[in-house]
Design a protein around this ligand. Sequence first.
Ligand code: ADP
Length: 460
Amino acid sequence: MAAEREATGWDRVRGSVRFRITALATLIVVVVLVVTGIALVLLQRRALTSAIDDSLLQRADDLEAVLRAGELPERLGLGADETFVQVVAADGSILATSENVAGIELNLRLPEGAEVLSSADVPQVDDDPFRLLTRRIPVPGGTTTLLVGGTLDDVKDSAAALARALMVAIPLAAALLAGIVWWLVGRALSPVEAIRREVAAISGGELHRRVPEPATADEIGRLAATMNRMLDRIEESTRRQQRFVADASHELRNPLTRIKSEVEVDLAHPERADLAATHRSVAEEVEGLGRMLEDLLYLARSDAGDLDRSATSVDVSELLEQEVARLGDARVPVTVSAAPVTTVGGRADQLARAIRNLLDNAVRHASAGVASSVAVADGAVRLVVEDDGPGIPAPDRERVFERFARVDEARSAATGGTGLGLAIVRDIVERHGGRVFVDPRHTDGTRFVVELPVSGDIPG
Ligand code: ADP
């Protein structure tokens, strides 16, 4: 955060994707243009040099013809590209020469070979290097050497002119490209900045706000849509948490208020106090509070993903029999009909807790008896707990699984329910990849059905 705040001005521009893309694109283009420019200059130089070579060769052919005809004049004229011409006899004497090198023995380190084109320095004529054609012609009594020199000035000038033009054109093209890329990337990224601003502005109290979704279905459009779905989930879960905390505080306050008023009444009127009754009532309330805290703790751990997720093979029939046995002498008889082996993958302690909650509810609400059973059908273990009590009205059959949901407030308070039992059942069953529901076809009392996949791991 601090780094984000401190990074201002130039630092922020330099760190931006827009800047980096622009810089990279410009750098690549500059490198390509410079390499192309250098290649262009070299190619141009080569083409011009080879044109000069052609004219030197032509001149040598002409000279050779004149030589062989024995018509070689002493003074030779110069063609367009030529700088000097000399014909040297085998003994080194100059047979013919252009005026500018008359009497000068060109002190060239002549290359070997019958005919060679090379670059050479001829300081007697000019400081700049020349293109030199050396041709050796065998004649009776030795070898006559033809030397034709051509200036490279034009080649140099043209290359320099091209290089100068490129040195202006390349930076201009790079600057133009940088400007275009900067503008295009800025345009493409502007929705991202709008999304960032909106997300930065969404505080805890403004969870209803959403980021602007561009009309396009590109990556940024999808990012915005995904972010809004995430905000939906955050809003939903935050609201659920807030409701849960509010409900929990409310639920914890009620028994505390009752305890406080009972104790205060006894203190105010000690002569009329029935201490034994107060103790009993306080003990019951404290026990209820303990149960509720334990349930709240379970749900809080579950919400935080802190529950043990390791899975073992669990026999649901065995669990049901154990839990029914634990009830002992319940207020109504509880029957069990369990298939021999009904194995699911999961946590035995959590599944036992779910079964216990269902049995406790059934016993609490039954008039004459509770029936429980486990069977395997269609790859699922089906556990049924049913009672012949007042039943759950159709509109409440889903609601009873919500936290702190009670069908009848007065009745639940009297029976000491926390309103969390069925929420915990659903949480556990769904963690095990199963489902739990109130059977709508059963109208004579209440029938809870739990279906669990026969085996497998607890889904994440
Ligand atoms: P509680 O601990 O208050 O019973 P539960 O989450 O276990 O909380 O149940 C939610 C509500 O569903 C209960 O208040 C009760 O009204 C209703 N309920 C649960 N089981 C039964 C049942 N077997 N018969 C009738 N009503 C039931």
